[in-house]
Design a protein around this ligand. Structure first.
Ligand code: ADP
Ligand code: MG
Length: 724
């Protein structure tokens, strides 16, 4: 089998300040097989050898693996572990694990704890039931998990059970990536390779072995009372409400955002944070979000693949801990209509393994030019591949969010802020001459001004915003694994850095004097601004004028997943991934097929759930209400009064119920249509099923507003959204 990507980038640039005696510092990383633990426990030579594998991608010596495994096992057992699992991220977008006991019979009536290097390095779960998008026929169902030594092993604790968790990549027997992690590692490597070329040109590569991408994902989620949750088949099955009239109070008063956190919620957050701290996930921020019942948790940034592993752990922790507090965590992008949905702001940058953030406008003038080169490389990448970036976040849940007036639009553009945009405009026109915001610009022919480190302005409507020293890709969905969008982002930027390095080498020569490089770089930056400025937009991304303008600028407008998916299937996409060694053609195809199939399945489940709820919950309640209303009219008549108003209400109700029945019939008929080709099926769902669902919902919500509260068969928004 193929080994996982070689030479993964060096670990995080995160610097956690070690306070002393604080409640959290004794907890941090307690359940992680950290470098510190390894250094303490492993023989020196073994530790050094392992570090060469972790930091420089050198092949792992089998004898080293045996010693590491034995040490890891002892550490895990001392900490209460009974089982171990290879932990991986199949293309379901979730995580997978299969537990094996660390104990084996010793042949003398007892057990012995045993865990070999081979157990550590490779596993073979039955892969036949994971989606492979055609990569692996079932008869050759073999999939291997391969240890990722760059992501530390940890202990998972649940209900007193402790399991040693070993992060792995998941590959088919032919070496194709069956997971989300391997391509991410490959994309990071591609980016590193070309970023290094640029550093070399600028002479800023001293001591640098790698350039890693860094990510800090901010996670939004909802909390609902768990008892109420179980009374909503739609929440249980689809994680979103398929019915629900708008409550009199939603988020109009804007009184929830950053408001005080309800005690029950705070207790939950505290427990999640302590768990994550034990696992070495550097969670930092907690607050109420915009919608009632909506919250956010954000970690500090880490190297992308670690951040991605941690992000999966974080989502699981939210899910697992909530029930202990009588709560259910909803990670869906749009659990409730009429209030904001949830996203995952993917803060992204590039940093050297010596700790320099390449998107930070440093203090020295000459590095400003290098900064502009990296900045424009990203701008170019996003302009050339806006459609692919859009497709990387396409999913059923995100369709409800993107383009609605609360989340980034489906059109990808970049926000740079006034200060940077102004500098780019000046560079494009010639050399910067003006003084902006107090900073004096250097008129020297080779240099650019010192940029203020943080521009104050913010734009909450942009899908891809520069925020001082990083980009914030805000269009990622809240349920998404961040591995795939970051794989795409890294790959398109790698391509740009490759192009830029090539251009600079051409113009200045590979070993050019800094002066020549600077001259070439200014020229190139100017050209890149000119060619790619159409992707930059600092205005209001929600406004209809922007849609018209984006169209005029020729930016791709892919309104929903069905429009975006084909980009994954395009030749230019396959060529790009192949060129940078991230995915081969079969691997890209599989991702396309899985994405479309998942979308179709999710929508089909929603449509079926809706049909069942309409027929077995709402309709019986509405008919009961009709009977009651009719009874009231009859009772009035018995008393000799012809209740005209009651009769009119009854008539309207009977008609509404009739419409609701018809709409339900229509939905069920459309939902029953099947196409063998998933894309054809997806198009049918978009054209027919979704509008039918919208109509059932509209009528169902009207019924909710009519039917007596004691008859209504499920909790309403008012109850679900306002946690006390
Ligand atoms: P906000 O965007 O809400 O103002 P911050 O500026 O603190 O918040 O950053 C939000 C997230 O961005 C955090 O997870 C933070 O760690 C992350 N972040 C900061 N710098 C970088 C970086 N260089 N690369 C990736 N993520 C970063
Ligand atoms: Mg932010």
């Amino acid at each position: 089998m193929a080994a996982p990507a070689s030479a993964p980038p060096a670990p995080a640039t995160v610097a956690l300040q070690n306070g002393t005696g604080g409640a959290l510092d004794t907890l941090f990383g307690k359940d992680v097989f950290t470098r510190r633990v390894m250094r303490q426990r492993l023989p020196k030579e073994i530790y050094k050898s392992l570090l060469r594998t972790i930091d420089h991608g050198e092949p792992l010596d089998p004898t080293v693996a045996d010693v590491v495994a034995a040490t890891m096992k002892d550490w895990a057992i001392e900490n209460g572990a009974t089982h171990f699992t290879h932990w991986f991220q199949p293309l379901t977008g979730l995580t997978a694990e299969k537990h094996d006991s660390l104990a084996s019979p010793d042949g003398a009536g007892g057990v012995v704890y045993y865990f070999s290097g081979a157990d550590l390095v490779q596993g073979e779960p039955d892969a036949s039931s994971f989606p492979s998008g055609g990569l692996r026929a079932t008869f050759e169902a073999r999939g291997y998990t391969a240890w990722d030594p760059t992501s530390p092993a940890f202990l998972m604790r649940d209900n007193g059970m402790v399991t040693l968790v070993i992060p792995t990549a998941f590959v088919s027997w032919t070496g194709e990536a069956l997971d989300t992690k391997l391509p991410l590692l490959r994309s990071m490597e591609a980016l590193s390779r070309h970023a290094l070329r640029i550093l070399r040109l600028f002479g800023t590569d001293a001591g640098v072995n790698h350039v890693a991408t860094t990510v800090g994902p901010e996670q939004e989620y909802f909390l609902v009372d768990r008892e109420l949750y179980f009374r909503r088949p739609d929440l249980v099955t689809c994680e979103r409400t398929l019915f629900g009239a708008r409550p009199p109070k939603g988020q109009q008063l804007e009184d929830h955002y950053f408001g005080s956190i309800p005690p029950r919620v705070l207790a939950f957050m505290g427990e999640v944070e302590r768990e994550l701290y034990r696992l070495g996930v550097p969670v930092k921020t907690r607050h109420n979000e915009v919608a009632p019942g909506q919250y956010e948790i954000a970690p500090l940034f880490e190297t992308s693949h670690i951040a991605s592993d941690h992000q999966m752990v974080l989502m699981e922790a939210l899910k697992r801990v909530a029930p202990k507090h009588g709560l259910q965590a909803l990670l869906h992008e749009k659990p409730f209509a009429g209030v904001n949905g949830s996203g995952k702001h993917n803060n992204w940058s590039m940093a050297t393994d010596t700790g320099v953030n390449l998107l930070d406008p440093q203090d020295e003038t000459h590095t400003n030019l290098q900064f502009l080169v990296f900045l424009l490389s990203v701008v170019r990448a996003v302009d050339l591949h806006a459609d692919l970036l859009r497709a990387s976040i396409a999913a059923a849940g995100n369709d409800h969010r993107l383009g609605a007036n609360e989340a980034p639009p489906a059109i990808i553009s970049i926000f740079l802020g006034e200060m940077l945009s102004d500098i780019l405009a000046q560079v494009e026109a010639g050399l910067p001459k003006r003084t902006i915001k107090g900073g004096t610009l250097d008129l020297g022919a080779r240099s650019l001004p010192q940029l203020p480190r943080h521009s104050g302005d913010r734009n909450r409507t942009s899908p891809f915003a520069f925020t001082g020293n990083k980009f914030e890709f805000r269009a990622v969905g809240s349920t998404a694994s961040i591995a795939w969008p970051n794989t795409v982002l890294n790959t398109i930027v790698a391509e740009s850095l490759d192009y830029v390095a090539g251009e600079l080498e051409k113009a200045a020569g590979a070993k050019a004097a800094p002066e020549k490089v600077a001259q070439a770089a200014i020229g190139l930056v100017r050209k890149l601004i000119h060619e790619h400025k159409r992707i930059i937009f600092d205005g209001d991304n929600y406004s209809p004028e922007w849609h018209a303008e984006a169209k005029q600028r020729g930016l791709p407008i892919l309104q929903d997943s069905v429009e975006a998916f084909p980009v994954l299937n395009a030749k230019k996409t396959a060529d790009l991934f192949k060129k940078y060694g991230v995915l081969n053609k079969a691997e890209v195809d599989s991702r396309y097929h899985i994405a479309v199939e998942k979308w179709v399945k999710q929508l089909s489940i929603e449509a079926d759930t809706m049909g069942v709820m309409a027929r077995t919950l709402i309709l019986p309640a509405a008919l009961e209400h009709q009977r009651r209303t009719a009874g009231a009219v009859a009772a009035a008549r018995e008393a000799g009064v012809e209740d005209q108003r009651g009769k009119a209400d009854l008539k309207a109700l009977v008609e509404l119920i009739g419409e609701f029945r018809e709409a339900t019939d229509a939905l069920e008929a459309e939902a029953a249509v099947h196409h063998d080709d998933p894309m054809a099926h997806a198009k049918h769902i978009k054209a027919k099923v979704r509008p039918a669902m919208a109509e059932v919902r509209r009528l169902g919500d009207l019924l909710q507003l009519d039917v007596a509260a004691d008859l209504w068969p499920m909790p309403v928004y008012r109850e679900l959204l306002f946690l006390k």
